[in-house]
Design a protein around this ligand. Structure first.
Ligand code: SF4
Length: 490
């Protein structure tokens, strides 16, 4: 079998090769480039490079978006690709901005990337996409650029500061004592400005901790863990354990083009429904008909918000793994659903036929939510004499079984009934097929599971680049596959 010779690195061309021939005509990068050519990039601030003409922001946008679309996000890696990857080289028109320029351009253009995200949605709409019927909302933990070891409780940082200040004081006192001893022994001809070894480090540590404490909100709890390297990141529970992270939110319709993307420092999703609905309306000019989201978004205020906004919501009960310890240990205990509420008389009837009347009102408050509830109980002594007691309550309280009811009970009941129907179950079942693959693509293909930029603003910037790139790639594939026609061809 003849072997093809390949040792032709020094071969000369009769005609100079064209960079445009290096990328095949149906490559998604070409469609991405065409779409970016339709967008207004005048909001992007160019980065000046030591007196030389600035790079074209459109080229920088294309390179960064292609990087996010293909999981090449680190500025040094992008710079390397600009020297070795024909698609990057073609997108950059053979220009080679260095990693500092790429890094600054990404960091300095937060409002512009927000605007570009919205512009891509306008293009999608012009191509007949984004028919907002049903949308799925979900959150995902984005690993912060901070080591686990950089986290300590606020109270521990305060102790650390006192220790570091004490160390500086001790070093200065030791140095003074040593100076005095040296003066007495050798005369006072020393300059007296020699710094004791380690003093600069100790002072630097004091400065760093003071700066960290100065950045924290006044209401930060003493038990909250705070990172020295990224004070705004939070310790969050993820599938791979507790990690410093941010909570990235997305809203996705059936065509999997992200219509809202944001990042929060709150580890739970409860307070993200309202901003997500507002974001969808701002970005698309329309309200979705239906919203599906997991149990993390379910709260009384959220259910009322959906009803008032006339958005058909599908938010299920708390997941099995999150139910209370008591319920898990004793699954046969009477649930609240077996107590019948009488709205007229404002009381419950229990399985033993006894009446539970309002006894107290109590406020409940967690870090991210709160409210007021009424507690209903049977008359004194009734529960303790009841033959159902062991199935009704496991607490040893002499007051017997208590039922708590807040102002959103009716919304909860309506939601439970809706999700109990076959239609409700089928609609909720769509959530898994819409939003989970989208988040999977962002993390597995785009590599956004771990952030590069620090701080909440850094996390927001990266999330916007990643979600914009995801949308452009999606549009590119739809155009390349002939599913939709590009706006510029119509
Ligand atoms: S324990 Fe109290 S609330 Fe429970 S069934 Fe008996 S009387 Fe009713």
């Amino acid at each position: 079998m003849p072997i093809r010779p390949y040792d032709n690195k020094n071969q000369l061309f009769l005609l100079p090769p064209s960079v445009n021939e290096w990328v095949r005509v149906d490559h998604p990068a070409r469609v991405l480039s065409d779409i970016v050519d339709q967008l207004d990039v005048s909001g992007f601030r160019t980065v000046s490079t030591e007196g030389r003409p600035c790079y074209d922001p459109r080229m920088m946008v294309k390179v960064l978006l292609w990087g996010y679309a293909t999981g090449v996000r680190a500025s040094r890696k992008i710079e390397e690709r600009l020297h070795s990857d024909v698609v990057f080289m073609w997108l950059a028109g053979l220009q080679k901005p260095d990693f500092r320029t790429i890094c600054l351009f990404r960091k300095d253009n937060q409002p512009a990337i927000e605007g570009l995200f919205a512009q891509v949605l306008v293009v999608a709409k012009q191509m007949g996409l984004l028919k907002l019927g049903l949308v799925a909302l979900d959150g995902t933990k984005l690993r912060a650029s901070a080591g686990i070891g950089s986290f300590k409780k606020l109270s521990e940082w305060r102790k650390e500061l006192t220790k570091a200040q004490e160390e500086v004081r001790r070093m200065l006192a030791d140095a003074e004592a040593q100076d005095a001893a040296d003066d007495a022994r050798y005369g006072s001809d020393r300059r007296g400005d020699e710094l004791p070894e380690g003093l600069a480090d100790a002072k630097e540590r004091v400065r760093k901790i003071e700066r960290l404490l100065g950045q924290l909100d006044a209401d930060t709890e003493e038990t909250q863990r705070v990172s020295m390297t990224d004070p705004q990141s939070r310790y969050m529970h993820t599938q791979t354990g507790s990690q410093p992270a941010y909570n990235g939110q997305v809203v996705v319709p059936r065509d999997q083009i992200i219509v809202h993307a944001d990042v929060t420092t709150e580890p739970i999703d409860t307070n993200q429904l309202a901003p997500a609905l507002a974001g969808v309306e701002r970005n698309t000019g329309a309200k979705p008909d239906k919203v599906v989201a997991d149990a993390g978004y379910k709260s009384g205020p959220n259910l009322r918000l959906l009803e008032e906004a006339k958005v058909d919501g599908y938010l299920p009960e708390t997941e099995e793994r999150n139910i209370g310890k008591l319920k898990r240990a004793y699954p046969d205990l009477y649930g609240k659903e077996v107590f019948v509420y009488d709205k007229e008389r404002d009381c419950y009837t229990c399985p033993a036929g006894q009446t539970l009347s309002p006894k107290t009102r109590h406020k409940h408050k967690t870090k991210y939510s709160g409210g007021v509830a009424t507690v209903y109980r049977a008359p004194g002594g009734v529960c303790l004499a009841c033959q159902h007691l062991s199935r009704c309550t496991k607490t040893r309280a002499k007051t017997g079984r208590a039922i708590s009811r807040d102002d959103y009970e009716e919304e909860r009941l309506r939601m439970r009934q809706k999700l109990g129907t076959d239609e409700g179950k089928a609609i909720y079942g769509e959530r898994k097929c819409i939003v989970e693959p989208t988040i999977g693509q962002l993390k597995m293909v785009g590599g956004i599971a771990r952030l590069l930029l620090r701080g909440l603003m850094g996390a927001k910037i990266e999330w916007k680049w990643a979600t914009t790139a995801h949308n452009l790639l999606k549009l590119s594939r739809l155009i390349a596959g002939g599913t939709v026609k590009p706006v510029w061809a119509t």
